[in-house]
Design a protein around this ligand. Structure first.
Ligand SMILES: [Ca+2]
Length: 348
């Protein structure tokens, strides 16, 4: 890097000044600096008709990958002059009561309410989660629907696998200038944002959603239960006024949406948890998952599983979520048994 000090300027003025010529044939004076068409090189003209070429190419392959708070592997983002590593912005709901923010905080949702998961005012995007009693276990709450609002259009993905656009049922696959909506295997909804390239999947049967933001097109000023994706978990519990709370209940309350005609109720009382259900959580730490442990540490899933699995279905859901993330990273694990979380219950 060359800085031009007064001594240099004086020398330029006093010496016999010869000009440089750029690639378009334009004359350049000593001290002039210009960018080449590829936007990745700059040229500086020095006295005596000589130029120095400076490269701004960055080869991220040679740079260390950042360790991401979410415990997910960093992703490579291609840029004009090379590439850079970014932590993926992934928010997930791994059962009716667990949300994991972009930067890896997790908490429980215990009520059958509607919640703002994600809001990006700059890009006019809002994602809402509507909870309701589970069909199989009515005393628990499940993800009943996910609603995406973007540029005046509202898409609802329902747990019975129907989809509406602005309240009207539509046939799948559906695509518009804003979205592509697909259903996979009759159990998983997917919405792709055409311009922003965010991706949302919702698998109601597993009580699971995954919201992945495109690293190139999200603003860091997002709000909601998914938190703020900026590699800083300390600010994920942010309230509407921009202040941060340490109290997850206050945070959840802030992003609870009051809907006309719907009453939010705490469905589940503190009840005795079955030891048997909690013991299933150890499966996450077992050798069976060792191939995946190297890519995604299971600790967070294990803690959440142990803390909350009163019913076997919940332990099953938590392990299913971990297995899903493993599978997305290329590691498939056959972990189900006829006794626990039997095959056929879900696709993962
Ligand atoms: Ca954050």
């Amino acid at each position: 890097m060359v800085t031009l000090n007064s001594e240099f300027i004086n020398k330029v003025c006093m010496d016999l000044v010869r000009e440089c010529i750029d690639e378009d044939g334009n004359k350049k004076k000593p001290g002039d600096k210009w960018t080449l068409l590829d936007q990745c090189h700059t040229v500086t003209c020095f006295p005596g008709d000589y130029t120095v070429l400076e490269s701004h190419q960055i080869n991220c392959e040679r740079m260390p990958k950042p360790a991401c708070h979410s415990n997910l592997p960093a992703v490579k983002v291609e840029e004009t002059c090379g590439c850079r590593w970014m932590c993926p912005c992934v928010c997930m709901g791994s059962s009716s009561r667990h949300i994991v923010t972009f930067d890896g905080l997790n908490f429980k949702l215990t009520s059958n309410c509607s919640y703002t998961l994600f809001q990006d005012i700059q890009h006019d995007v809002e994602v809402l989660l509507h909870e309701g009693p589970c069909r199989a276990i009515p005393k628990m709450n499940c993800m009943d629907a996910i609603e995406v609002k973007h540029r005046g259009v509202s898409i609802q993905l329902f747990s019975n696998m129907t989809v509406t656009v602005d309240g009207e049922s539509i046939h799948i696959p559906y695509s518009s200038s804003l979205f592509e909506v697909t259903v996979y295997g009759a159990i998983m909804h997917e919405i792709k944002f055409s311009h922003l390239c965010h991706n949302l999947t919702f698998t109601p049967r597993n009580n699971e959603f995954i919201l992945k933001l495109n690293p190139k097109s999200f603003s860091s000023e997002t709000q909601g239960l998914c938190g703020v994706c900026d590699q800083n978990h300390a600010n994920d519990f942010m309230l509407r006024d921009g202040t941060v709370t340490a109290n997850s209940e206050a945070f959840i309350r802030e992003w609870t949406v009051k809907e006309m005609g719907k009453v939010c109720e705490i469905q589940r009382e503190d009840d005795e948890c079955s030891e048997r259900a909690i013991s299933h959580c150890h499966l996450l730490l077992s050798d069976q998952f060792s191939a995946c442990h190297r890519i995604i540490p299971p600790d967070m899933f294990y803690d959440a599983c142990e803390e909350s699995s009163c019913y076997e279905e919940e332990a099953c859901e938590m392990i299913t979520s971990y297995a899903h993330i493993c599978r997305e990273n290329g590691i498939c694990i056959d972990w189900r048994t006829p006794e626990f979380c039997r095959k056929g219950f879900s696709i993962y």
